[in-house]
Design a protein around this ligand. Structure first.
Ligand SMILES: [Cu+2]
Length: 449
């Protein structure tokens, strides 16, 4: 694998900026897209944009930006410190040249309550081969804040989290140039802003028989839920494991990733052993991460109790739509911006850079698969296996009365967000995720696992 980190600028981003500011200077041919070497870039365009004040010219200031030197004393301040670092990470079938926030893909999840002040510092370590930037969708501040942060420097941003929901954050590239490369190579994460009054109770629909008659059966469940996060994205790579802009422009996905990896949450050898009595006998059609030698990268399953209120923070970080569907279940509620958008829906469309909060009750013990119901996405990695209760009747065999295998095997740390206002405790967590080894050690220490 080629370990060289390519310093690629994307001509399309530069051309689009140029076209915005200078009218028809750029032609369609120039916008059609090529990756090319930074050293050959005509920096004149970048300089002109910079001298004109960059994107501040076209973006208005928004009300939620707050001065880091004068944070209102009656608000809670949440500090969020992250780094921008390139790293080589595993992918299905090899490794690739990734870009990360704090050595992990997705970046750390920031969770706050509506009304909190976020004080975020982005640090680019000395020696990092490219600048990086921050674009925090949960903030409302002038886009001029999101300019490049140079290696060996830091930048601090402050904003008030005014609107509840799930929001993307991502690298803004080098003053927008190469933003596609940085985000599609791994520089993205989410902010969860919990509503100031907490989440709403969940109503589920069903039927029951009363006095010999079939009638509606509506149940109300507490707002407290077992929570998961799923972030969808694509990899567009050449054979050397480097980002390939031409493939991105043509929407030729190399792999579809969920929380940074294709098929992140499918069975592994331990699950094979438990259920099939044979570590080598695969349960699922695709199990690319089923060896304990893969350490934090080994796949894990997601475990819930049957009949439990579960809440899913789902973000589409990528370049393709996500048709979010759970094979075997109906999504009980879809919430965006603390407003209910749907109840009892089979599939919910999440566009690029859009998120949704899904409430789901897995009514019966069983095996369920959350997918992007685009067949190209399913077969290239967007299949996440969820096991509810004890569908295999293993409790008797194991001599336990666990309500779900979460009590026995734990849930993967990468799929579990930090705790918020209405979070239920997971019985157990295991170390899992698209983390560098250094980052994995930090997370293990933090979680005590
Ligand atoms: Cu970056």
């Amino acid at each position: 694998m080629n370990k060289r980190i390519s310093m690629l600028f994307t001509i399309a981003a530069v051309a689009v900026m140029g076209a915005t500011l200078f009218g028809s200077t750029y032609t369609t041919t120039q916008i059609s897209g090529q990756s090319f070497d930074m050293n050959k870039l005509d920096v004149d365009v970048m300089e002109k944009i910079h001298n004109m004040g960059g994107l501040e010219l076209v973006m208005p200031s928004a009300y939620a930006e707050t001065d880091c030197g004068a944070i209102p004393s009656d608000r809670k301040v949440v500090e969020f410190n992250i780094t921008g670092e390139s790293a080589e990470l595993p992918m299905m079938g090899g490794t690739f040249n990734a870009m990360t926030f704090s050595g992990q893909i997705p970046g750390p999840t920031l969770r706050v309550t509506q009304g909190d002040v976020v004080k975020m510092t982005l640090t680019i370590p000395e020696g990092e081969p490219t600048p990086h930037g921050n674009d925090m969708h949960a903030s409302q501040m002038s886009a001029g804040n999101f300019g490049a942060v140079l290696p060996g420097t830091s930048k601090t941003y402050c904003y008030i989290a005014e609107v509840p929901g799930i929001f993307k954050y991502h690298c803004s590239g080098v003053d927008v140039a190469a933003m596609d490369q940085h985000v599609l190579s791994g520089m993205y994460g989410i902010t969860i802003v919990d509503p100031i009054d907490g989440y709403k109770k969940l109503m589920t629909e069903g039927t029951k028989v009363m006095n010999g008659k079939v009638v509606q059966d509506r149940k109300f469940m507490s707002a407290d839920a077992l929570e998961f996060q799923l972030q969808y994205n694509q990899l567009y790579l050449n054979d050397d494991g480097n980002y390939d802009m031409n493939k991105m422009m043509a929407h030729q996905t190399t792999q579809t990733v969920v929380n940074g990896k294709a098929f992140s949450y499918v069975p592994n050898e331990a699950h094979n052993e438990l259920i099939m009595g044979n570590a080598k006998k695969n349960i699922f059609v695709a199990q690319p991460w089923n060896s304990a030698d893969l350490k934090q990268h080994q796949s894990q399953l997601l475990f819930v109790e049957a009949g439990q209120h579960t809440r899913w923070f789902v973000e589409n970080q990528g370049n393709e739509p996500v048709f979010f569907h759970i094979v075997g279940e109906i999504i009980d509620r879809v919430v965006q911006g603390n407003r209910v958008q749907a109840q009892g829906t089979e599939t919910w469309l999440i566009g690029g850079s859009q998120g949704a909060i899904m409430d789901v009750v897995f009514d019966k013990p069983g095996v369920y698969v959350a997918v992007n119901h685009d067949y190209a996405a399913i077969f290239s990695g967007a299949a996440t296996v969820i096991v509810a209760g004890d569908p295999f009747g293993l409790n008797e065999q194991l001599g336990t009365s666990a309500k779900s295998y979460a009590e026995l095997l734990g849930n993967p740390s990468s799929a579990v967000p930090p705790k918020g206002k209405n979070s239920m405790d997971h019985p157990k967590l295991n170390l899992n995720g698209q983390y560098t080894d250094e980052r994995a050690a930090e997370i293990a220490a933090k979680l005590g696992i």
